[in-house]
Design a protein around this ligand. Structure first.
Ligand code: SIN
Length: 305
């Protein structure tokens, strides 16, 4: 089959055709896809509605080692296949799914852990009649369009990422929330990161950050508000409108994304996600520093560094 790669947007996104993802890829096909992924950041493959969970896992492995999802509660994993995370409005084991409102604020997968994901392959199995789009923001562009003075100010900064800032987490099963908190204490990452393969810098900002180390709470809140607004400006976005059978592969090392609630949430939406394990542990636990308040935590971490 002849592979073709058609750009879908300026900021990110390309549609790939001519790949048989039910079969192992030869090296040349794999290299072509991998290079296209680094270049376009988000790749869209269509027609995968018949893909089995095992084939989804095998295809995903072409792009890296799979995350075993230890940061997640077991109930949200595919039975017997922890490499697959279930993101669904459908009940799981007769109970409302804890992932029914997953991804509702801008986030970078697993940035609340010490090893944010390298990327992910999300397969749409069922979707509502209309809507349930996912937006991806290119954070190379948001970094590169800042002034040199602002970039120099941001380059050495670090942020505290916090799983309790997942939007809507308080509506989930309290036992699941407690387990998420236990598995994911606040963690510190650089605000500007260097992509391990392209060498380009990008902003690691999103809406699950509680503060900027060394800044006052007020300073950090204002700066994060500006950075999040800038990073998600329309010109940096690729918007994916799902069809059943789409696989979307994104590079989590230079993006954030959001799953819009632009649909009737009583309708079924079933997405299966393989996450690619981050190559590096880029974060350190914030809880090692004792502090009485958020304000003093941000200063104490800075003093301890
Ligand atoms: C995610 O945030 O990983 C899932 C996005 C989606 O469900 O559209």
């Amino acid at each position: 089959m002849m592979i073709s790669i058609t750009p879908l947007g300026y900021a990110a996104g390309a549609e790939v055709t001519g790949v048989d993802f039910t079969q192992p890829l030869d090296n040349s096909t794999r290299d072509t896809l991998y290079s296209a992924w680094l270049k376009h950041i988000v790749l869209v493959f269509k027609g995968a509605e018949q893909l089995t969970p095992e084939q989804h896992i095998a295809f995903s492995r072409n792009f890296g080692k799979l995350d075993g999802h230890e940061s997640q509660v077991p109930e949200t994993l595919y039975p017997g296949l922890p490499e697959i995370l279930l993101i669904t409005t459908k009940p799981i084991q007769g109970k409302p799914s804890s992932s029914r409102n997953a991804g509702r604020n801008w986030h970078t997968d697993l940035s609340y852990s010490t090893r944010p994901a390298k990327g992910a392959l999300l397969l749409c199995k069922e979707k509502p009649e209309v809507g349930s789009d996912t937006l991806f923001a290119n954070h190379y562009l948001s970094y590169e369009t800042l002034s040199p003075t602002m970039r120099a100010f941001l380059d050495p900064l670090e942020c505290v990422h916090d799983a309790t800032l997942i939007k809507g987490i308080e509506k989930r099963d309290p036992a699941h929330v407690a387990e998420m908190k236990r598995r994911n204490p606040p963690v510190i990452h650089p605000l500007v990161r260097v992509h391990p393969e392209t060498g380009r810098k990008s902003l690691l900002v999103n809406e699950r950050i509680s503060g900027i180390v060394g800044l006052t709470d007020e300073e950090g809140t204002m700066l994060l508000r500006f950075l999040n607004q800038h990073a998600t400006a329309q010109e940096f976005i690729y918007r994916h409108r799902w069809s059943v059978g789409d696989i979307v592969l994104w590079d989590n090392r230079c993006t954030s994304h959001i799953a819009l609630a632009d649909f009737d949430t009583n309708q079924a939406r079933l997405m299966l996600r393989c996450s690619l394990e981050g190559e590096v542990v880029s974060g350190r636990l914030a809880e090692r520093v004792e502090a009485e308040s958020k304000e003093s935590l941000l200063q104490a971490i800075a003093a301890a560094a």
